[in-house]
Design a protein around this ligand. Structure first.
Ligand code: SF4
Ligand code: SF4
Length: 389
């Protein structure tokens, strides 16, 4: 069992899968180029939210945060109104993660007043004026600065998250100083956990970004300063090294096999990749089972966490080719949609209470152990937690 509906304390909400930016390591687009063709391109309206979150459910929660896998809350139509609806409850902690490069300063000032002091906004700014757009492609620095300042000046609590790459590692201290000057409450540098090729099953040192036309832009690279490198990725790299003779890996199955395929795990031990062998055997300690946290996607799909939800639309596999679909299809995607079905019955139902937790006991990924659960919540490596250390 994962947790009971009545025990849920936190909801991670993906209000939209749309975005104004094009970050090359975000699954909403192909390396920063064309949009992921599998994405529903949708968002939750205030009306949908009222159906999903009744007042009694909001009452039991301690925290709701808007982030997600494929979109930014500033790209949704009703974000402000939805926060207002949640804020009818004055005890709950409200927050969101954003690139900051959309909406007008007046909108941001209003957001600060709606969220109030029991909440905050995380601005994901990976560099300064000359570098932020190298990862946060299509964003505009002057607009972000204006919006963040409007939010802070209106009393909003802001945090600056900075993903460190080779191209911005020399700017971490200057960015921290700027954050302080502007009135950000906190500055956090992050050691990216994204230098891992899910298709090849190995770590990588580089990732080629491209623009909307498919033209190569920045070659993203892991920082050289050990202080900014993700130690778990470095450890995984040691395990995977027999498969990592090349530093740059194609990121799509189609680039390796010539066609898109399903996510594949071998039953033959001699054919397994080193990391797959680790995932087969590693015990799993589910992060959200401990935190009593639930994920709801832009389609209203209920999942335990952003990581399982993030496996639904991966452009580098064929549609419904991610392993998670083996489980979703057992109950039917429509039966996990909280817009049309009762949230309590979904949370207390077979998918959440049996299929997902039982998968952790399977003997191997080929036998149905969820590789994403081993990767994120395996007890041996924790690239996610390592980002913040
Ligand atoms: S800002 Fe967020 S949602 Fe938008 S492309 Fe970047 S990582 Fe993806
Ligand atoms: S990835 Fe799997 S084990 Fe980890 S939090 Fe999500 S459901 Fe739990």
């Amino acid at each position: 069992m994962l947790y009971k509906y009545s025990e849920i304390k936190t909801v991670h909400l993906e209000i939209t899968d749309k975005c104004n930016a094009a970050c090359p390591m975000c699954a909403r687009n192909i390396n920063g180029g064309e949009d992921n063709p599998q994405l529903p391109n949708t968002e939750l309206s205030l009306q949908d939210i009222k159906k999903i979150f009744d007042t009694q459910f909001i009452e039991q929660l301690e925290r709701i945060y808007m982030c997600g896998n494929y979109g930014d809350p500033i790209a949704a139509k009703d974000t402000l109104e939805i926060f207002e609806y949640f804020r009818n409850n004055n005890k709950i902690m409200l927050s969101m993660h954003t690139n900051g490069s959309a909406k007008k300063p007046e909108w941001w000032a209003k957001l600060a007043r709606v969220i109030g002091r029991k909440g905050y906004v995380v601005f994901s700014l990976d560099g300064l004026e000359d570098t932020n757009h190298l990862y946060r492609q299509n964003t505009k620095w002057s607009k972000i600065m204006e919006n963040a300042q409007a939010f802070i000046d209106a009393g909003g609590r802001a945090r600056w998250d900075f993903i460190v790459f080779a191209h911005n590692e020399h700017q971490v201290e200057d960015a921290e100083a700027l954050a302080k000057k502007m009135g950000f409450e906190k500055f956090q540098y992050k050691k990216s956990a994204r230098f891992f090729s899910n298709v090849a099953g190995t770590t990588k040192e580089m990732h080629q970004a491209s623009n909307r036309k498919g033209v190569p832009t920045t070659l993203l690279q892991i920082p050289s300063n050990p202080k900014y490198r993700n130690a778990a990725i470095d450890k995984m790299s040691e395990v995977a090294k027999e498969d990592s003779k090349i530093k740059f890996l194609p990121s799509r199955v189609i680039d390796i096999e010539g066609t898109l395929t399903k996510q594949y795990f071998s039953k033959d031990v001699t054919k397994k990749k080193p990391m797959e062998k680790e995932w087969d055997t590693v015990p799993i300690k589910c992060k959200v089972a401990e935190e009593k946290s639930l994920y709801i996607s832009a389609e209203g799909i209920v999942q335990p966490c952003c990581w399982t939800a993030g496996q639904m639309y991966l452009w580098y596999y064929e549609p419904q080719g991610g392993q998670i679909w083996d489980y979703i299809n057992q109950v039917g995607k429509e039966n996990l949609c909280a817009i049309n079905r009762d949230l309590e019955s979904i949370v207390n139902g077979k998918y959440m209470q049996e299929l997902i937790p039982n998968s952790w006991q399977k003997s191997s990924c080929a036998d149905g152990k969820l590789a994403i659960c081993s990767k994120i919540c395996g007890t041996k490596y924790d690239p996610f937690a390592e980002q913040f250390k």
